[in-house]
Design a protein around this ligand. Sequence first.
Ligand SMILES: CC(=O)[C@@H](O)[C@H](O)COP(=O)(O)O
Ligand SMILES: NCC(=O)COP(=O)(O)O
Length: 238
Amino acid sequence: MTKLSVNINKIATIRNSRGGNMPNVLKAAVDVQQFGAEGVTVHPRPDERHIRYQDVNDIRPIITTEFNIEGYPSKEFIDLVLSVRPHQVTLVPDPPEALTSNAGWDTINNMGFLQDVIGQFSEAGVRTSIFIDTDLENISNAVKTNTDRIEFYTEPYATNYRKDKEAAIAPFVEAANLANKIGLKINAGHDLSLENLKYFNEKIPFLKEVSIGHALICDALYYGLERTIHMYKELLVK
Ligand SMILES: CC(=O)[C@@H](O)[C@H](O)COP(=O)(O)O
Ligand SMILES: NCC(=O)COP(=O)(O)O
């Protein structure tokens, strides 16, 4: 069974829209785990428009599953991760002004930088993952960064799924086979949803974990958080 890590950024976005503490992000982190999620993901951005650095510190002690912190490895981000020590850090190459993540790493041109940052996290005992698209050269170079895992940037899959799901999945299958061959474990995320998740999970070999936020929190408005998590988990049975 592929693990589900729930990204709770959107809960914080709603809270921040009014100030105050509603909805309560810490309670959401407790609840998603109780409802069956196998992990909690947060993606603090430099402007703290959703998850704040303080939230990340506060969430750490209530994690009973797996804590995954995603973000661009600025000095502030590196310091946060080294102090919080999550189970996993996922490095994402997005600039500070990015609306949301929109590309994977160019592992060739960022090799030295990634090796250095990944080295710091590995030394601290934090599992590393890097956000990546399906370019085979980027994937074969990813292994030289010494990352433990890659996380497929699945927005192109989600967009193309509606037009032609076989064509949409094909580059991800090829990339997953290569990643497995060279010893990289595989996560995936971005725009995965109740509509497209089952097919992705069935077709991608060696998939360890998906992190899902935007669509899942939107679905929870209609179905409730507990039922929504169960619905996503049903799609992740292999
Ligand atoms: C790396 C990734 O795809 C997610 O972290 C996504 O970027 C969610 O972040 P936002 O909630 O800021 O859109
Ligand atoms: N790593 C992807 C993630 O955490 C959630 O992305 P999305 O489901 O909010 O698009």
